[in-house]
Design a binder for this molecule. Structure first.
Ligand SMILES: CC(C)(COP(=O)(O)OP(=O)(O)OC[C@H]1O[C@@H](n2cnc3c(N)ncnc32)[C@H](O)[C@@H]1OP(=O)(O)O)[C@@H](O)C(=O)NCCC(=O)NCCS
Length: 157
């Protein structure tokens, strides 16, 4: 567990970021946040998803007390590379450094496990966020749905 320095927001200057376990209560709370942030705004639900596919993935969350206010998942791709997905921060807490702290925490955990590269597919609205964190565009954008454009990005660890 780390204490991530953040700008003051509601309850203090520090927030816990930690790895969470697939299937437990924190994971369930992170899924609700992912649904609220990533699925509902597109008129979809995450609860159609087969969550068993995430059992072998790495899950991280940011906590304000017991409350999950940020979440992301790393999916191993091969021995050296993993794919970052489902990056979500509570709308009320954005702009306080939670997204950055989560990504940097996941990167350090990926590096510790021997990964040398992280890939991701960025939504249009998040391109600047990832660029700010050192990711570069490394592929051609694709449009898996009419309301969704995804741009491949990557970063060497
Ligand atoms: C994108 C998202 C994760 C950013 O989280 P956040 O906690 O607000 O980001 P942070 O406060 O840690 O910002 C870190 C830096 O990125 C910048 N930044 C944040 N969001 C940005 C955006 N959408 N575009 C450009 N820059 C952005 C911040 O200004 C900050 O810059 P600084 O270091 O110079 O101060 C959050 O807005 C979110 O959940 N968005 C909706 C879901 C989404 O799009 N997820 C990504 C799917 S690919």
């Amino acid at each position: 567990m780390v204490k991530a320095p953040l700008q003051p927001y509601k309850t203090g200057d520090f927030m816990d970021i930690r790895e969470i376990t697939w299937g437990d209560g924190d994971y369930a709370r992170a899924v609700v946040l992912r649904n609220d942030v990533l699925s509902l705004p597109r008129g979809r639900t995450i609860f159609d998803f087969d969550f068993k596919t995430e059992k072998t993935q790495l899950h991280f969350a940011a906590f304000d007390g017991e409350r999950v206010v940020g979440s992301l998942t790393l999916m191993p791709e091969d021995a050296g590379r993993c794919h970052m997905r489902q990056v979500a921060v509570d709308p009320a807490m954005r702009g306080t450094g939670i997204g950055k702290a989560l990504v940097e925490y996941a990167e350090s955990e990926a590096k510790r496990r021997g990964y040398t590269e992280i890939t991701l597919d960025s939504r249009d609205g998040a391109l600047g966020f990832y660029q700010r964190l050192g990711y570069r565009i490394c592929g051609v954008p694709r449009k898996p749905a009419p309301d969704l454009t995804l741009t491949p990005m990557c970063r060497q660890l």
